[in-house]
Design a protein around this ligand. Structure first.
Ligand code: FPP
Length: 241
């Protein structure tokens, strides 16, 4: 039995800030785009492992609202990788019953990326396996603003606005809160990812750069999570739904 095959408490919702692609490439004298390409390989491995382990929700921060300010070359490379990812992976994701949801302002994506993202969501909408959230053109504050606008458009009175109503208007509507937030790459910041949903999350900041973050590193993180005692501010451990 491999160490990670022993029974342990799994998080319902894992969120990952995929950081360090640029540094990984620089260390090797490569362009940043190659770091991102290697990062997609890690992403595929972590998605597959999450699906096999029976993790409920996996949220990946792929492109933030702030990432548009990177060089045109880098933004172009990331947008290209995104299209390639959907074209190459959607059949396998669908076959493995993965359900894709895009978090973020999809309408603000370039046409081809928006269409591919919407098609991936539509095609996998009925799947009952891993819920894979891909954050694209996503910012936590932007998500809260969009959620508030939804509530106001729906005509809610101030006293009808509560935590449940707000949670139900977020991009993650219907999903459990984040239990485990992992940011590889050594930085210890949330960078505007899932602000509302991470209120009681456990945080891990492994130093490994994302392209080097392999299945073993993922299992180390899951073990570290299982070893932590969660009190959730006095609330009972929540089951999500
Ligand atoms: C941060 O590393 C990473 C990103 C801004 C992009 C992450 C995207 C991918 C792994 C691939 C694209 C996604 C899909 C779904 C195909 P960084 O560039 O900030 O690294 P650095 O801190 O070392 O510079």
């Amino acid at each position: 039995m491999k160490p990670w095959e022993k029974p342990r408490r799994l998080p319902l919702h894992v969120a990952i800030i995929m950081d360090g692609n640029g540094r990984w490439a620089k260390k090797r004298g490569l362009g940043r785009a190659l770091g991102h390409r290697k990062g997609v390989e890690t992403l595929r491995a972590v998605v597959r492992e999450s699906s096999e382990l029976g993790i409920g929700v996996l949220s990946l921060y792929a492109f933030s609202t702030e990432n548009w300010s990177r060089s045109a070359e880098e933004v172009g490379a990331l947008m290209g990788l995104l299209l390639e990812f959907f074209a190459k992976e959607i059949d396998a994701l669908h076959a493995n019953r993965v359900r894709v949801r895009i978090l973020g302002d999809v309408e603000g994506l370039p046409g081809p990326q928006r269409d591919a993202a919407l098609a991936a969501m539509a095609r996998t909408a009925e799947n009952a396996g891993l819920q894979l959230n891909i954050a694209l053109n996503y910012g936590g504050r932007d998500e809260l603003v969009r959620a508030m606008r939804r509530l106001m458009r729906a005509g809610l009175a101030p006293e009808q606005v509560n935590e449940k109503a707000l949670a139900d208007a977020l991009d993650t509507a219907g999903q459990p809160d984040v239990d485990l937030m992992i940011r590889p790459g050594g930085e210890m910041r949330l960078s505007n990812f899932l602000l509302f949903q991470s209120a009681y999350a456990e945080f891990l900041f492994p130093g490994t750069l994302w392209p080097d973050f392999d299945v073993d590193a993922y299992h180390h993180a899951l073990d570290a999570y299982a070893a932590r005692e969660r009190r959730l501010g006095g609330r009972k451990e929540h089951g999500g739904e």
